[in-house]
Design a protein around this ligand. Sequence first.
Ligand code: GUN
Length: 293
Amino acid sequence: MTQVIDGKLVAGDVVSQVKQATSKLVAETGVTPGLAVIIVGDDPASHVYVNSKSRMAKECGFKSVQHTLPAETTQEELEALVASLNEDPSIHGILVQLPLPKHLKSEPVIQSILPQKDVDGLHVVNAGKLATGDLETGLVSCTPAGAMVFVRRIHGEDLSGLNAVVIGRSNLFGKPMAQLLLNANATVTIAHSRTKDLPILCRTADILVAAVGRTQMVKGDWVKPGATVIDVGINRIAAPEKGEGKTRLVGDVDYAEAEKVAGAITPVPGGVGPMTIAMLMANTAKSAYRAAG
Ligand code: GUN
């Protein structure tokens, strides 16, 4: 029987641990974790994500601040806001929702966040700590950290002898995911748009992670029987069966096919998605704990 990994359930466990840790921190030190989320412009999907991040932060007992900036915001204005949040002792986590409007450069903004407040794990200091195996003092990007919680639930802490293939090489997901798997002793291959014979490579994977942004690209015959399949894709497609003009979300994996072959698989929606927000809460609590000493 294929195990369908319930992201909401696992995320619920993480969030309840964060809530407990937050109550303890407040009771013992008087420090309340503070999360600031910045969104620029009016991309509807980004607003949905940011609102759920802010709502969840409140639910965890955090101070939750949302800065909604107009699409015309300048680079200087955005970096000035980050600078003021860097200096604000009541803020332990700063997240700048990506993508930014085209006229803004995201990299200088991300690198201007203090590494200890970079709850997205995108600052070069945090990326470097992950790359050198320092998972203790750094902050790890939320989506790969969440995907890794699933992998550990299925395979345990030590992935020795297991082949992992990560499709996608982004800084936000593919690279940190590969580092986390490597840290847990998996034998890791990063595949991407220039990889040859992708289906054959994928069939070698005991752990197959897809993050390419291409609707249902990974077919059932790409999956090794019994493999764990983690689908990080979120693609919106037409769903005429739900009515005219309706849409639905699907992943990068052809779920109906892969589910027949895999040992464990994450659905879309309800797999990796809820874990991203849960891990953001965990990162913010971790930063607040460190700030409290
Ligand atoms: N946009 C989509 N996913 C993410 C994420 O994890 N962090 C940020 N900052 N923006 C995103």
